[in-house]
Ligand binder design. Structure first.
Ligand SMILES: [Zn+2]
Length: 174
């Protein structure tokens, strides 16, 4: 018996795969359009087929009836394209589940006070006054911690005595 080979195509949502089309083609071969019309709904809902025939199955992907001619009768989809489609659907679901369970950790860039400084325009400006003061304190004045600064001044006083005299590292007055 010559079997009609359905063309290979990627199966769209709601359309039958080539295996399902092949089965319908076999059933309606030689029938008149009136006869085909009469059984069309039964073909769609599967009631036309012998329910004891374990080879007639509903495709896991496209949902249409087809005949499993494989030796072990273990196929789940009517055609290669339905198999591919169901696999990519499963992979997509896996990806979605993975993305949901372990969202990609993007290293969060720390917002620094300098980020609030805009100098690409004609006049540079600070977006936030707080950031400006912070930047001033932390970078411009090169300030140590206040206590460290006091320690530093005290140490200078001990070495060189009070006052504003400038002294060289060897203690000679300049
Ligand atoms: Zn199918």
């Amino acid at each position: 018996m010559q079997t009609i080979q359905a063309p290979q195509y990627s199966v769209k949502d709601g359309y039958p795969g080539s295996g399902a089309i092949q089965l319908v083609n076999q059933v309606i071969k030689g029938m008149s359009s009136a006869e085909i019309f009469e059984i069309s709904l039964n073909l769609l809902d599967g009631s036309y087929y012998d329910s004891t025939d374990k080879r007639i199955k509903k495709c896991d992907y496209c949902g249409y009836y087809w005949r499993d001619d494989s030796r072990n009768n273990t196929k789940k989809t009517c055609s290669p394209e339905c198999k591919t489609a169901i696999k990519s659907l499963q992979k997509q679901k896996q990806r979605e589940r993975k993305a949901l369970l372990e969202p990609e950790q993007k290293p969060k860039k720390r917002h620094t006070t300098r980020d609030d400084y805009y100098d690409f325009l004609e006049y540079s400006y600070w977006l936030s006054e707080d950031s400006m003061h912070m930047y001033d304190t932390n970078y411009i004045s090169d300030a140590e911690e206040p206590l460290e600064l006091i320690d530093y001044v005290d140490a200078q006083d001990q070495t060189y005595g009070k006052g504003n005299r400038k002294v060289s590292t060897y203690g000679d007055e300049i």
